[in-house]
Write a protein that binds this ligand. Structure first.
Ligand code: EPS
Length: 386
């Protein structure tokens, strides 16, 4: 099974990810991974750090002459911040010592206070450095490999922003795999051009007031073969695994598969995707996409559609959130840090990553194979039996 571990703190020296279980023979270049990391830095509303963070990577193992070896792939992503100032060398030094500037006004909505209590820390930085969404850079590097593997069986995973604050896009037309460049060119990664201006304005308004914004992203995976995941056991259901993966993204508080929340209010006769036999392709197809391409915990062969709702960031440029100083126990407002107004466009790229990692793991579980050739052959052979 494909598995991966990330390590590293936001202002530490680097992030590291190890991806184990990839087949041998997958063509990978540094540029493939860089491209995905660059996409994660996209989006109007990010803070100053994104302008200097370059996500410089080092391929440490598992790849030789542009091909995976079947051994664990290890990737290091340097944190530009560490190399820019002495402050972080001191603050994040692994050597014994103590900070002169502990953060003791935990932000409501962040991991700060619960983490301080759970781990016995008196400095919120001991928690927030790892809770930070900087960690998603390491996941995106892993996701780049998952996307390359999925591409060998014709799967493409894309995303677009469908809501920014209260500005919502029309969902009448969905981007296809070929539209990803157009989505990425939008300052808010929105495919619906008519809604883009309202989204940009929502970000500008929040920025002016020192506030932050959440939103909703939709991920669509095209070309997913029928039969990934299973109905036979709770922890093998693909929709459950997608939900867990998406919910693990920092600040995501809601997950929807297809139109899951909308169909809850409909009658059964109006809530399911009718099935039809398509003579031209000699295959079944669904006439709508309410179920988001999954039924009974398995992919149906239709596009997989997952939505992720992100809460507004808990760090504000003009702090107004009530909290308590953990030393004096006096009421105060949470500490001020340099921050993004919104990270919803970037979260879309991270959500693609998480969907790709789940689908790649399940595809490997179904089709197996120690080499990419064996993996693709097994997939084609299965599809040929349908
Ligand atoms: C983050 C806060 C900001 C973001 C960071 C995630 O960092 P800083 O506090 O250093 O300005 O820029 O995201 C990234 C560095 C990144 O690469 O996505 C947070 O608190 O989660």
């Amino acid at each position: 099974m494909l598995r991966y571990l990330t390590a590293g703190e936001s202002h530490g020296q680097a992030l590291v990810v190890i991806v184990e279980g990839l087949p041998a023979g997958l063509a990978v270049t540094e540029a493939d991974i860089q491209a995905e990391l660059g996409r994660r830095r996209l989006g109007f509303g990010r803070g100053p750090r994104q302008r200097f963070e370059v996500d410089e990577i080092l391929l440490l193992g598992g790849i030789r002459h542009g091909r995976t070896l079947g051994s664990p792939v290890a990737i290091e992503i340097k944190n530009t911040e560490w190399f820019r100032s002495d402050k972080w060398h001191k603050e994040m030094s692994p050597a014994p010592g103590k900070t002169e500037d502990p953060l003791t006004q935990p932000r409501p909505g962040h991991a700060d206070l619960a983490g301080m209590q759970k781990y016995g820390f008196d400095d919120a930085r001991d928690v927030l450095e790892r809770a930070s969404a900087r960690e998603t850079a390491a996941r995106v590097a892993a996701g780049a490999l998952a996307k390359l593997l999925l591409r060998t069986i014709g799967v493409e995973v894309i995303s677009h922003v469908i809501q920014m604050g209260d500005a919502r896009a029309s969902l009448t037309v969905r981007p296809t795999a070929g539209d990803l460049t157009k989505v990425d060119e939008s300052p808010v990664r929105c495919f619906d051009a008519a809604s883009e201006a309202a989204m940009v304005k929502a970000v500008e308004d929040a920025a002016r007031e020192g506030d932050s914004l959440g939103g909703i992203v939709e991920v669509i995976a095209y070309g997913v073969p029928v039969g990934l995941g299973s109905h036979v056991h709770w922890d093998r259901k693909i929709d459950a695994n997608l939900a867990q993966a998406i919910m693990s993204i920092q600040a995501v508080k809601g997950v929807e598969i297809g139109d899951g929340f909308e169909v809850a209010g409909r009658r059964g006769s109006q809530a399911h995707d009718p099935i039809e036999w398509d003579e031209s392709t000699q295959s079944y197809r669904r006439l709508s996409a309410l179920a988001g391409g999954t039924e009974g915990g398995m992919t149906t062969g239709e596009p997989v559609i997952v939505r992720a709702a992100m809460k507004p960031l808990a760090t504000l440029n003009r702090p107004t959130l009530q909290t308590v100083d953990t030393v004096t126990k006096e009421s105060t407002v949470s500490f001020k840090e340099r921050t993004d107004v919104t990270a919803v466009p970037a979260m879309g790229v991270v959500a693609e990553t998480m969907v790709a990692l789940v689908l790649a793991a399940e595809a490997q579980r179904k089709f197996g194979g120690d080499s990419v050739d064996e993996f693709t052959r097994n997939c084609a052979s299965f599809l040929g039996t349908l």
